[in-house]
Write a protein that binds this ligand. Structure first.
Ligand code: GLN
Length: 309
């Protein structure tokens, strides 16, 4: 991406304008009631270069929950607290054609760490004397990656999801019954849902992605936050499994390892170049932001960010 800042800014503005054709398409999910209480047409976008350049557009003050994007954090910590060999003996590394909260792909273990069953599994591996300490470690990791001071758990989202978590409860109990973990399933699920409820603004999300684009080094601090071998695992899993059952087609269309969440956010990582983050709450039937996907496709083409071409 050998472009000057003015040209990048101009191209992003045009791409955002062109992505307006997606406004009004898709629905917000109803299974977490609190997620219905958003303006469906909220929109924010941010690109952070590994050089530290930041380009922010739209409703950049809005704080939204990470939802499935927190699966990146739980994977990083679980890999740090165990080993890749142990982790992948308890969870698979392959994409699945089933929806993110399906019980079907579990089999002997969850298909991958980026569906619910996989992230509930990785949550069970996070060390700490109790859930408070474990959650503080997840939040602390997000804070150091995002450099977003205001980050905290959104109590409204957490309470709403925990009250309606029947499907995820079934998954957690099933995993325990299969011997994938031996802790109390309600405790493990509580930690997973707390992680999903972490709030960020768009810049915080893009900064988090930029650390992954920057081989695990903090964008402002220039200190190592995530070891390089873990970055390599996380980013490749984003490429193969980050967009649920749409991951293959998305990678072909957009060409950027990405992870999405049902709040309507997507974070993308272009190694050694930049990260991109978008927030637009209306989702398609695979649970991915409609306008977010559309915009990433345009920007990937216009800024030459597709990692394959
Ligand atoms: N908290 C959500 C859930 O467990 C996260 C899912 C998602 O973002 N796809 O269902």
């Amino acid at each position: 991406m050998l472009l000057n800042k003015e040209l990048i800014d101009e191209k992003i503005r045009i791409a955002i304008e062109n992505s307006k054709k997606y406004i009004g398409k898709g629905e917000v999910p109803s299974y977490i009631p609190e997620l219905l209480n958003v303006d469906r047409d909220n929109f924010a976008f941010c690109l952070v270069g590994t050089t530290g350049d930041i380009f922010t557009y739209g409703d950049d003050e809005i704080v939204f929950s990470l939802q499935s994007i927190s699966k990146i954090l739980t994977l990083i910590l679980a890999l740090s607290d165990t080993t890749p060999a142990y982790l992948y003996s308890k969870v698979g590394s392959e994409p699945t054609s089933y929806e993110f909260n399906s019980l079907i792909p579990i089999g002997d273990k969850a298909a991958n760490p980026f569906i619910n069953a996989g992230a509930i599994t990785t949550s069970s591996m996070i060390l700490g004397s109790d859930n408070e300490e474990k959650f503080d470690r997840i939040l602390g990791l997000f804070r150091s990656m995002s450099e977003f001071e205001g980050t905290k758990m959104d109590e409204g989202i957490y309470t709403s999801e925990i009250a309606t978590a029947d499907r995820n409860k079934a998954i957690a109990y099933y995993l325990k019954s299969k011997g994938i973990f031996d802790q109390n399933p309600d405790e493990v699920l509580d930690l997973y849902i707390k992680a999903c409820s972490i709030g960020t603004n768009i810049e915080g999300l893009a900064m988090m992605g930029a650390v992954l684009a920057n081989k695990g080094i903090g964008i402002k601090t220039r200190e190592m936050i995530v070891p390089e071998n873990i970055v390599q695992i996380v980013v490749s899993q984003m490429a193969s499994c980050g967009m649920y059952e749409n991951s293959g087609a998305y990678l072909m269309n957009v060409g950027i390892p990405s992870k999405s969440g049902v709040s309507g956010a997507i974070v993308g990582v272009v190694p050694e170049v930049c990260s991109l983050a978008v927030y637009s709450p209306r989702l398609d039937k695979t649970g991915n932001s409609v306008r977010g996907k559309g915009l990433f496709k345009i920007i990937s083409q216009d800024l030459g960010l597709n990692i394959f071409v």
